[in-house]
Design a protein around this ligand. Structure first.
Ligand code: PEP
Ligand code: MN
Length: 266
């Protein structure tokens, strides 16, 4: 399979001096206080490069919390002003892209459910034409490497050269300790097909459970992935979404400090 992505190095759009590159923040922005307080604690660790928060949440069933919506963009801006952390949100429609761009969000990401739908990805890509903003593309929920590559190509064809992939694991019917099977081979294959493409691992959505996050994070670093996206909440026990997999900023700092940066030579 030939893929020809025109991409700029990661260093051109995100600070990579801190090792490992860490994007952290709550699964969902819930209240202004929760988001801003979490951001302050994350910034204080000195280990976080960008703040993530979902404001439009793709939920499996209706009636669950579907995200705080556009008001969250204001909260993200306040968190950025007060902490200096650049911000990133998930966009799933052209309207989300327009609103996020108008609000000054620094980095966008495409979620796993959107990547699985070429119409949605194309709609997002069309809304990005002529815009210079970094975009991270999560793998599709299903283990289909070509679908992941296709989404990256669509965004790249729209002129987005600050591009990265996020590996968040894949749905599987197999009984597993993981919420989403890592299927590391797929990420390795992506690297082989697109050698210059940065890949960031999302251990939170692979694990589904905070106890497994250190193991998955270490594995990602051992595989030379370029960074980690980890969900962190000021009080995970009361989180409105993904409570079991979120960690406090203090636990996150400890987890990162315990990672070995380079695989020991054998
Ligand atoms: C998220 O990052 O909170 C999220 C919804 O992730 P995914 O698209 O990987 O399921
Ligand atoms: Mn989540």
């Amino acid at each position: 399979m030939k893929i020809d992505l025109n991409i700029q190095p990661l260093e051109s759009w995100i600070q990579t001096g801190k090792e490992p590159l860490l994007i952290a923040g709550p699964c969902s922005a819930e209240t202004e206080d929760q988001l801003v307080a979490t951001a302050h604690l994350l910034a204080k660790t000195g280990k976080v490069t960008a703040l993530r928060a979902g404001i439009w949440k793709p939920r499996t069933r209706p009636g669950e919390f579907e995200g705080i919506g556009s008001i969250g963009l204001k909260w993200l801006n306040r968190a950025k002003e007060e902490t200096g952390l650049p911000t990133t949100v998930e966009v799933a429609t052209a309207k989300h892209v327009e609103e996020a761009l108008a609000a000054g969000v620094d980095i966008l990401w495409v979620g796993a459910r959107s990547t699985a739908n070429p119409f949605t990805v194309q709609e997002i890509a069309d809304a990005l034409k002529g815009v210079d903003i970094p975009v991270m593309v999560k793998n599709p929920v299903n283990p289909d490497l070509t679908l992941w590559i296709g989404a990256l190509e669509r965004i790249n064809n729209a002129g987005i050269t600050k591009l990265a992939a996020i590996h968040r694991g894949f749905s599987s019917y197999e009984k597993s300790a993981f919420r989403n099977e890592p299927m590391w081979d797929l990420a390795i294959n992506l690297k082989t097909h697109a050698p210059g493409l940065p890949i960031i691992c999302d251990p939170s959505h692979i694990s589904g459970n905070r106890d497994l996050i250190p193991y998955i994070s270490q594995k990602a670093l051992d595989m030379d992935m370029q960074g980690l996206m980890i969900e962190s909440h000021i009080d995970p026990s009361v989180a409105w979404t993904d409570a079991k997999q979120q960690v406090t900023p203090a636990a996150l700092a400890e987890l990162i400090a315990n990672l070995t940066l380079r695989k020991p030579e054998t």
